[in-house]
Design a protein around this ligand. Structure first.
Ligand SMILES: *Cc1c(COP(=O)(O)O)cnc(C)c1O
Length: 382
């Protein structure tokens, strides 16, 4: 019997899968410390919450551990009740539990949405410089990419509207966008929703919703009961500090939720994540503290970039994209040697830019000092 070569195995993969490139996450801290033999490294690469998580969530995880031998509640009953309550009291949004789907991170929901509404004959639209998962899920299902050029680093909703064809089935919008931090005002988004044909699913990804300046913050959730093709996604990974548990949710009208619910795995969200998320929602003081720290850190970093004479993009998230005007490979390598992990974002068509997550005051200072000294060294090597 002949054995199949690696090439022959590769040829078995579906067309869209062959062209996939694995998502490149930020380097884990422990790995960097091991590789470079250092101990006080700081990771500002994945937009995690530098304050960690709510103590209520931490306790809920421990308490829920006893349920690990049992399958989780596939319908996330208690969490959905808590979300309905939270969205109503904190965000003044009237949604029913039947409009919610909980996912293994909002990443899973983005994938379920793409798979539910688009196939190989269809197209999925997203903006240039948008979150990397949109092209990834498009590629994985073998759909056509409709990447629309950005305007001032943000989504060009007019161009997106004009780019719609009869193949377009799903449109992904990140608001704020990662990695640029750009934000679409409510009226712009509302006009877009009105203009898009109702048979195209519009996903507004609000992973950084909690961080937006309250004066500008309007969730697409406000319009959820007016547009049957609208889906809003949220996550517990960022401000809520539960990235390691993998949990997010989406809100839509019941008919869309019903479809997503058929496609998701029956037990997609584990018991610890469900309990922790429920507890985390009940601790809005933690979110408040996190946002206060983020705003202070943003100011600290903007000021430092001004001093260094670097261009940066004003951000509504917990990260900033900054142009270092030197070889990004070189700057990144030198930052790693100094124990600072950031994210080079050349893969987002942002040559010379890096994205730094906003950390604690001390972490930001460590990054600022490292970058300052590297850029003065690098002047000679540009
Ligand atoms: C981090 C992020 C997500 C999702 O993360 P999950 O951990 O999968 O919930 C979604 N969208 C954007 C724009 C993000 O930056």
């Amino acid at each position: 019997m002949t054995t199949l070569s690696d090439e022959a195995i590769f040829a078995l993969a579906a067309g869209g899968v062959q062209a996939l490139k694995p998502y490149e996450p930020g380097k884990p801290l422990a790995e960097l410390e091991r590789e470079y033999g250092i101990s006080d490294a700081v990771k500002l690469a994945s937009n995690e919450n530098p304050l960690g998580m709510s103590q209520k969530a931490a306790k809920a995880i421990v308490d829920a551990a006893q349920y690990a031998p049992l399958y989780p509640d596939g319908n996330a009953y208690y969490l959905k009740q808590a979300l309905v309550q939270h969205l109503s009291s904190v965000e003044n949004a009237k949604v029913k539990a039947s409009q919610l789907i909980v996912g293994n991170g909002s990443n899973e929901l983005l994938e379920i949405i793409a798979r539910s509404f688009a196939g190989q004959q269809d197209a999925i639209m997203y903006s240039q410089h948008a979150f990397a998962v949109y092209p990834l899920v498009t590629q994985a299902i073998g759909a056509t990419h409709q990447m629309i050029p950005a305007i001032h680093w943000g989504h060009d909703l007019n161009a997106m509207q004009q780019g719609i064809t009869d193949k377009t089935k799903v449109i992904f919008i990140a608001n704020p966008n990662n990695p640029t931090g750009t934000y679409l005002a409510a009226d712009t988004l509302l006009s877009f929703l009105k203009a898009v044909p109702k048979d195209i699913i519009v996903v507004v990804d609000e992973a950084y919703h909690e961080y937006i300046n309250p004066e500008r913050r309007v969730s697409a959730l406000t319009y959820i009961n007016d547009f049957e093709n609208l889906i809003v996604t949220r996550t517990f990974s960022k401000a809520y500090g539960l990235a390691g548990l993998r949990i997010g949710y989406c809100i839509s009208q019941g008919a869309v939720a019903n479809i997503l619910n058929r496609v998701r795995q029956p037990f997609n969200v584990n018991v610890l994540a469900q309990s922790a998320a429920e507890a985390a929602l009940s601790d809005q003081a933690f979110i408040h503290d996190s946002v206060v720290m983020n705003n202070a850190g943003k100011k600290q970093l903007y000021q430092a970039f001004d001093v260094m004479g670097l261009n940066y993009i004003l951000s509504e998230g917990n990260f900033i994209a900054v142009e270092v005007k030197s070889s990004m490979i070189e700057v990144n390598e030198r930052l790693l040697k100094k124990g600072v992990i950031i994210r080079p974002i050349e893969a987002y068509q942002m040559v010379g830019y890096l994205r730094v997550s906003i950390g604690t005051k001390v972490q930001n200072e460590q990054f600022i000092q490292a970058l300052t000294s590297i850029l003065s060294e690098c002047e000679s090597i540009v």
